[in-house]
Design a binder for this molecule. Sequence first.
Ligand code: FAD
Length: 470
Amino acid sequence: MSSFDVDAVIVGSGPNGLVAAVTLAEAGWRVVVVEAQETAGGGLRSAETTLPGFRHDLCASNHPMAMASPAFRALRLEDEGLTFAQSDVPLGHAIRPGESGILRRDVDETASGFGDDERLWRSVMGTFGARWRQLGRAIGDPLRPTPDLIALGATSVWPLPWILRALRDERSRGVLAGLAAHSIVDLRRPAAALVGVALGALAHGVGWPAAVGGTQSIADALLARLASLGGELVTGTRVTSIDDLPSARAVLLDTSPRDALRIAGHRFTPSYANALHRMRYGAAVYKVDWALDAPVPWADPALTEAGFIHLGGTAEQVIRAERDVTAGQMPDEPFLLLSQASTVDPSRAPAGKYAFSGYAHVPFGYDGDLTDTIERRIEAFAPGFRERILARHASGPAELEAHNANLIGGAIDGGVPDLRQLIARPRLSLTPQATPDPRIFLCSASTVPGPGVHGMPGRLAAQAALRRLG
Ligand SMILES: Cc1cc2nc3c(=O)[nH]c(=O)nc-3n(C[C@H](O)[C@H](O)[C@H](O)COP(=O)(O)OP(=O)(O)OC[C@H]3O[C@@H](n4cnc5c(N)ncnc54)[C@H](O)[C@@H]3O)c2cc1C
């Protein structure tokens, strides 16, 4: 008979906390998940933030990483009713009103729209895209290098401006820069293009699907699986000390490094505590949801069917905007990322209406009101957009952090994913999820392999706990 109340307590119910909980419960452990917010899911939540019947994703909306992730594939969440929908056009990158680079599922169709860069796009993105399973494994567990990871690193370890010297067409250059900008790092630094090449390849390999019913459906599927395995969920409880938790063989923290220190700092060695303390956070986001009475009237009709849209301009404009936000300055024309999940999932809005969301990259902790700037920028690319707005809901960095303590200063990365912090996350180790206390594990995006809805930090932390304590 175990002397513990449960086998594992998981603090935080984001994708990583829930994947960790389900992985442990499937191994026969009794688990309880403790979540600070009233609703579970962290970055997976969706809600009617604008008007009744309009369902918006609070954070993540597009799921190439979930589709390719070994963690999600192993869980077979389709058995819990989870379904995805997607467009044949994962991404449109608007360069100027009426002119865009279009990334299609089909690599040949995409490459044929990129002029002189046709062959290069097909050979690089097509090759990685065809090997999306291996790519998913390589990105998901990068401390165990595979030939695919080495090839990805060799292709994209260079600063983006160097890589762009190989491309001539402004559409392919803009698309690649926009994809790379998802990492919200200074794109002139080494390895900044890694995320861009990976996201582009996954767009061809698995697409950029949205979860039907909203990203919350992913959390609901994980919670259903957890409940079926006897796992428990406690919401509305912000954990501040490990000593307040039920006794357990293992505690897994799906938290920021700051909360990990607050909760369990007294159990860590000074050098580990220092590594958590020194974690650097990247630039932030400013998010707006809109209830529209019709889809966005894009000047370029090719953008209408895109699942996701960048309003970024040329590659040089993207690089400048990201340079500014990472240096703490607000650019005149911030990089905008807009989700058109409503196009492929009409259940997100009342019949004939349209749920639309997007965000801008802004400096860490930005406290201004950017809504008007964002709407004016969309209006420039989609004349008539503002007339279609029925209601809006804006969240700056402070509101984002209030709804999820992991979004420190509005940064969505859990620690800026630059080359150093991609490898030493939170410190250099072959099992970076383990802490100096053999019972405590970090399982959030603040550990390897970093941000995104792929559940790999959760899976790797659960596997480390099972190996050590199982
Ligand atoms: C606006 C936005 C858009 C994004 N878009 C995408 C996208 O399209 N695709 C994609 O793959 N990724 C996207 N992401 C990133 C993705 O959402 C995150 O990388 C992912 O959710 C991280 O998962 P996690 O489990 O580590 O943490 P989170 O999802 O942040 O969850 C952490 C949970 O822990 C809880 N918590 C924290 N501290 C405590 C505590 N002390 N006690 C109790 N509970 C606590 C929080 O309330 C939260 O529920 C986006 C993020 C944002 C903010």
